[in-house]
Design a protein around this ligand. Structure first.
Ligand SMILES: [Fe+2]
Ligand SMILES: [Fe+2]
Length: 417
């Protein structure tokens, strides 16, 4: 439920353009109300205003975000973290060249024989209940839009990951972590390259950055604490990215995209592994209990925010504005089978990582239980998983043990809050 809701009856009296605009503002403002913890709100609030109210990511000019963090030099070059050194070796061996992907593949985003997304990604019954009926051609076009929207958000997220990886490489105190970090910067640059090339030359469609993704990136860029950048980027954003990449990898029939995602997933598996190694050491050994709790609350709020807010409003504005309300769109897309599968894959990966780095104490567990995420508490964390295992799990459909149906219960609980 939107905590900040405009009376539907009052809205219906307004001209539709004004009404759409008001709904959009109300929805943006409600992002702020969705964060319950005042300290977390203090940390995210300014970014939320810049992203959702001022729409800094959509102004069509370069966005300048001030960054302040300390570069940590060490002139003695210690071998200080054997697990990271081993990850560095794996990362060097795992490099690949974006030019080597099968770019000659001809891609027709509307070809029903090779769909970018399966038709059952959407719950068409819900759309029909809101009076929206699409024929087969329009459904194919909507699938094309949503796939392009997802890939555009991957691309924008990768730009954020590239800069965050560079910042973290400067700021981290482990020397082995800096060497490893250099490989991640290259990885993220390659991801920007291949996603942009795919969107530009194959789909020929690029969406602007989603406001809520902008909020998270803005908050991470400007936070001076390296471990918050790490937590935000390596665990939360990479967790969402892995969930989304994995969903698309499993569901697309387009061979070039599948191959591209397969390569990217293997890199991302290392990135999350790195995040777990660095944060486990730091959170459990260096931080005070008060600081640990602050991060624990932040991670929970951000997880819920990303789940409830990453809902393709840019596609809504293109297709359905004036035909269904934003609240109806939230219901339609939020509860679509494809989004349920995405949330399942995302939390199956993210929650065990939070446990592993010490951010799933008995104090916070009831909050996760309340929104139906307790079933992920015992999952396998990233430091126990290679990219190959992750892909094998996806191919076999054995990520987490829960059927997608249960994910809709979680959504319903969260939406009812
Ligand atoms: Fe990436
Ligand atoms: Fe990454």
């Amino acid at each position: 439920m939107l905590p900040f809701r405009i009376e539907q009856r009052a809205l219906s009296l307004l001209p539709s353009k004004v009404k759409n605009q008001l709904e959009a503002y109300a929805d943006a403002a409600s992002t702020l109300f969705e964060v319950h913890d005042p300290r977390v709100l203090g940390a995210i609030g300014p970014s939320a205003v810049r992203g959702t109210i001022l729409k800094r990511g959509k102004q069509g000019v370069p966005t300048i975000i001030p960054a302040s963090h300390r570069a940590y030099f060490d002139w003695t070059y210690p071998s200080d973290f054997p697990d990271m050194a081993e990850l560095y070796t794996r990362a060097k061996r795992g490099q690949w060249d974006g030019d080597q992907l099968p770019w000659k593949t001809s891609v027709d985003p509307l070809n029903p024989e090779v769909p970018l997304l399966p038709d059952d990604f959407f719950g068409w019954d819900r759309a029909a209940a809101y009076g929206v009926k699409l024929d087969a051609k329009e459904r194919a076009e909507l699938r094309y839009s949503v796939a392009s929207w997802m890939l555009s958000q991957f691309l924008h997220g990768e730009q954020g990951a590239l800069f965050a990886a560079a910042q973290v490489t400067e700021a981290v105190q482990f020397f082995d972590g800096k060497l490893y970090g250099a490989t991640q910067v290259v990885d993220e640059g390659r991801h920007v390259e291949v996603f942009h090339r795919y969107l530009d030359t194959k789909l020929q469609k690029l969406y602007q950055i989603n406001d809520n993704l902008f909020v998270i990136i803005d908050a991470l860029m400007s936070d001076g604490r390296w471990d918050m950048k790490f937590l935000g980027m390596q665990i939360m954003v990479e967790g969402v990215a892995l969930g989304a990449f994995s969903t698309l990898y499993r569901e697309t029939k387009e061979p070039l995209l599948k191959e591209l995602l397969k390569n990217v997933i293997q890199d991302e598996a290392r990135h999350v592994h790195y995040g777990v190694l660095a944060l486990r050491e730091h959170i459990l050994e260096e931080l005070s209990e008060r600081e640990r709790r602050e991060r624990e609350d932040w991670a929970f709020e951000v997880a819920i925010l990303m789940r409830n807010r990453f809902l393709a409003y840019e596609v809504y504005e293109e297709w359905f504005e004036g035909k269904m309300s934003r609240a109806e769109w939230r219901d339609f897309i939020g509860q679509s089978p494809g989004m349920e599968r995405f949330r399942h894959l995302m939390f199956a990966r993210m929650v065990p990582n939070l446990r592993e780095i010490g951010l799933l104490s008995d104090r916070i567990k009831p909050h996760y239980e309340r929104v139906g995420l307790a079933k992920y508490f015992g999952g396998v964390a990233a430091d126990q998983l290679t990219g190959d295992q992750m892909l094998a799990d996806l191919d076999a459909g054995t990520v987490g043990a829960t059927p997608a149906r249960r994910a809709s219960d979680e959504y319903a609980i969260a939406a009812a809050e």
